[in-house]
Design a protein around this ligand. Structure first.
Ligand SMILES: Nc1ncnc2c1ncn2[C@@H]1O[C@H](COP(=O)(O)OP(=O)(O)O)[C@@H](O)[C@H]1O
Ligand SMILES: [Mg+2]
Length: 415
């Protein structure tokens, strides 16, 4: 039996708390997993930013990436590592690069999901470039913004086609607001979208590999209170949960995203996905607090499964999904026919067997670690990075106490 070490690279930006939790819990698990005659151990390394040779030797088996969506040097490193070295990365970097909010809507419209009616309008102004004037003079037609507004109705939302973090999102009440907001939108390429209002529930569902976690979200609360502690069984039926979880996993498998979150609004019996191209979803304890240990556990399970089994990035395969659906199907029929494709893409049965066989102590280790002073200190370090000094004690205690609620609600079962 050979000793093999698999290396998990953490590609980090302003991530402070979760890499500590990930690393410490993995250390405490002290894993040595038999795989195909070898004994596999794991190490974690924080990736640094360096020049790289395209032909450098392989350093990592799996990369948990938090940087690719804005730091292009890392993105190009990851693409070459996938192509040359078979490195597994969450998420498919080509998909992260090319699928924005608007094309994600398009994919789900094609699969028959209830995406709110959405228009795209050309930008109000442009970066000067050589061919611009000729192109616009020849082909850009005057359009009637007011007519699009009347088509969608008010209130409506205007937001960038490639949004994130509520940047440049406005709720519009009338044509005057539509015109003035568009006139101030500069070079942004904007979408106009029918408002799903009033809605009775707002959820954010996190997907990590084939695992899901539903959070009731309060968009009006201050940042640190938006992820509520309400548990799904308190406000969702089994069918609601099935629709939310399946929609999230179908989106993720369709686009090649391992780690993504899907925002959905519920109105008159329908769950509308409104924002689901978020392939670097919030992982900070300062916003996810109560849910943070779930993210750590799920992240470890998926990273360890990928590393131990030599998982490689799959090609995007839209057709595998598109050919399953036809226009007459109800949403539940679509979900039932698409979920086997999802599970095939994520290798869910093999993942579940792996977790049952090798990671059955993960929850106990996580539960224990999140009760330690080390965990409190990790929370404090993130809080200190984002809150003013006089609020650090108060918010450390707030977030740490919410993590303790998670421990109370998710006890370790006796073996
Ligand atoms: N069609 C819509 N109906 C109702 N609320 C919306 C709609 N689109 C956006 N919103 C509100 O605006 C917020 C930001 O829009 P979203 O599409 O999530 O952008 P971002 O990618 O910046 O998070 C949402 O969380 C929601 O509160
Ligand atoms: Mg959003």
């Amino acid at each position: 039996m050979a000793d093999v070490t698999k290396t998990i690279g953490l590609s980090l930006g302003a991530d402070i708390c979760w890499p500590i939790a990930f690393t410490e819990i993995l250390k405490r698990m002290d894993l040595a997993i038999p795989v195909g005659g070898d004994e596999v151990r794991f190490e974690v390394e924080r990736m640094t930013i360096d020049p790289f040779d395209l032909r450098e030797p392989k350093k990592y088996d799996v990369v948990v990436d938090r940087l690719t969506h804005w730091y292009h040097t890392r993105r190009e490193w990851i693409k070459k590592a996938v192509l040359i070295d078979d490195v597994y990365v969450f998420n498919n970097p080509w998909s992260v690069q090319s699928v924005e909010k608007l094309s994600a809507y398009a994919g789900m419209i094609r699969l028959g999901f209830p995406i709110p009616r959405t228009w795209l309008v050309p930008p109000h102004s442009y970066e000067p470039m050589d061919d611009l004037e000729y192109t616009l003079q020849t082909y850009a037609r005057h359009f009637d913004l007011g007519a699009i507004g009347r088509d969608l109705g008010y209130p409506m939302y205007i937001k960038p086609y490639d949004g994130g973090g509520w940047r440049a999102v406005s709720r519009l009440e009338d044509e005057g607001q539509l015109r003035s907001t568009y006139d101030q939108s500069g070079k942004l390429v904007m979408t106009l979208q029918e408002a799903i209002e009033p809605f009775d529930h707002f959820v954010r569902c996190i997907g990590l590999g084939p695992q899901t976690h539903i959070v009731r979200y309060d968009p009006k609360a201050p940042h640190h209170d938006r992820y509520t502690e309400t548990r799904p069984e308190e406000f969702l039926s089994d069918d609601d949960r099935k629709v939310i979880e399946s929609t999230t996993l179908i989106i993720n498998a369709f686009f090649g995203w391992d780690f993504n979150s899907c925002e959905m609004l519920h109105q008159e019996g329908t769950w509308y996905p409104i924002d689901f191209a978020n392939p670097c979803p919030d992982s900070q304890v300062t916003s996810t607090h109560y849910h943070f240990p779930w993210i750590i556990e799920a992240n470890l399970r998926w990273a360890l499964f990928a590393a131990a089994t030599g998982r490689t990035v799959k090609r995007i395969d839209w057709d595998a999904f598109i050919r399953k659906v036809d226009p007459e199907m109800t949403l539940m029929e679509r979900i039932d026919i698409l979920m086997p494709v999802v599970h095939e893409r994520f290798d869910t049965p093999a993942f579940e067997d792996f977790c049952a066989e090798h990671l059955s102590h993960l929850h106990a280790v996580t539960h224990e670690w999140f009760g330690t002073d080390d965990a409190r200190d990790a929370v404090r370090r993130k809080v200190a990075a984002v809150f003013p000094p006089h609020e650090v004690d108060e918010f450390t205690e707030l977030f740490f106490s919410r993590v303790q609620h998670w421990r109370d609600h998710n006890p370790v079962e006796e073996a």
